[in-house]
Write a protein that binds this ligand. Structure first.
Ligand SMILES: [Zn+2]
Length: 369
């Protein structure tokens, strides 16, 4: 399903070669003018089409809003040497006085790891996601479920700081910002971060999730479809914990049940699917106290079982073949089916109040102890 494709953006792939960036940043004012002249068409659809031709670059990115937000966030970033660097401006590189390292900005993204782009994740998928996310039932409904669950477990989200680790194209991060949170997005894929830059004002950092460059600063840390991609999930959970203030909370979503494994899991770079028991254990072993845990997507489960039969053993060992599999999973269904599946996902919210709900995904909220 589509979630697998989104999640593809997070996993580092050791040894993968760096690939050339397709520079597709876009100016908000340009988006607005495109919307105005073309009516209600999805601006990101327009963006991907127009931008591919015009190759707009960062020179014209309006940084005033970012500058204001970064100043408000007052974040302290860990240099690779371990020194703490105060981030106060987006107008100049961040320089470490201890070791002399300098971290620059690219298209409104702080490049803490200038080499943090070589995970084999093709830019074309980031562009495709930018177009698909606002229209595909999975993404909008997952946002609704995440925000509702977080409110249910944590109370009001307004004003709370949140670090979205593995934020991808920032679709969820932007929804959290709209809900009043003060987000920071972290991902190693610059193409995805460029899309995120157009969706939200908070700080975006290009860096590996395996070593989060923040300590004890956030009220909430989120890992949406991330930890199933990494060999050492406890390490990533531990890094999320380290970024939290005492008493802060982590929110995690993961695919559920090894029995639902399809070649799309392989293509997406998944290492495992979880059960309630394995996710509960991983959180406990990482120093969290569980507040909320449940399966979701109960009504999508039969479809996933069907998909498993249909996709069968359609394996692919080539990068192109894997991209094709992920693209297939990202295809927006016909309108009637998209609406039907959206309703099926929405039905999950009331179902989630019932004990023992089964489902194709898991969501957990846990507190740092
Ligand atoms: Zn340093």
């Amino acid at each position: 399903m589509a979630m697998l494709a989104r999640a593809y953006s997070h996993a580092p792939r050791p040894g993968a070669e760096r690939h050339a960036c397709l520079r597709v940043s876009v100016v908000p004012s340009k988006l607005e003018s495109l919307k105005a002249t073309r009516g209600p068409e999805d601006p990101f659809r327009v963006h991907s089409r127009e931008c591919a031709a015009s190759r707009m670059t960062s020179e014209s990115l309006d940084g005033a809003e970012l500058e204001r937000t970064v100043a408000e966030q007052q974040l302290v970033i860990l240099c690779q040497c371990g020194s703490a660097l105060s981030l106060v401006s987006t107008g100049a590189p961040l320089v470490c006085r201890t070791c002399g390292r300098s971290y620059d900005w690219t298209d409104g993204v702080l490049m803490l790891s200038p080499t943090a782009d070589p995970d084999g994740y093709p830019e074309e998928l980031s562009t495709l996601l930018a177009e698909v996310e606002p229209r595909h039932f999975w993404f909008a409904e997952r946002n609704r479920l995440i925000v509702t669950t977080m409110r249910r477990a944590l109370g009001s989200l307004a004003g709370r700081s949140v670090l979205d680790i593995g934020c991808g194209t920032g679709f969820v991060t932007a929804a959290l910002e709209k809900d009043g949170m003060r987000p920071c997005g972290l991902d190693m894929n610059l193409a995805g971060l460029r899309v995120a830059r157009q969706r939200m004002n908070g700080l975006l950092v290009c860096h590996d999730a395996a070593s989060v460059p923040f300590r004890q600063q956030f009220d909430v840390a989120t890992l949406f479809d991330v930890i199933e991609h990494v060999d050492d999930d406890l390490r990533v959970l531990g890094e999320a914990r380290a970024a939290l203030r005492h008493g802060g909370a982590v929110v995690v979503t993961v695919p559920a049940h090894a029995s639902l494994w399809t070649p799309t899991d392989d293509a997406s770079g998944h290492k495992r699917r979880y059960t309630q028991a394995t996710l509960r254990r991983a959180l406990a072993d990482s120093g969290f106290e569980l507040l909320y845990l449940r399966y979701f997507n109960a009504l999508l489960l039969p479809l996933q079982l069907l998909q498993r039969r249909l996709v069968g053993r359609r394996q692919s060992s080539t990068p192109e073949g894997r991209v094709a599999l992920v693209k297939d999973a990202l295809r927006v269904p016909p309108t009637w089916l998209n609406t039907l599946l959206e309703l099926a996902m929405r039905a999950d919210l009331p179902l989630g109040r019932l004990p023992g709900t089964f489902g194709a995904s898991l969501i957990a909220v846990a507190r740092r102890v």
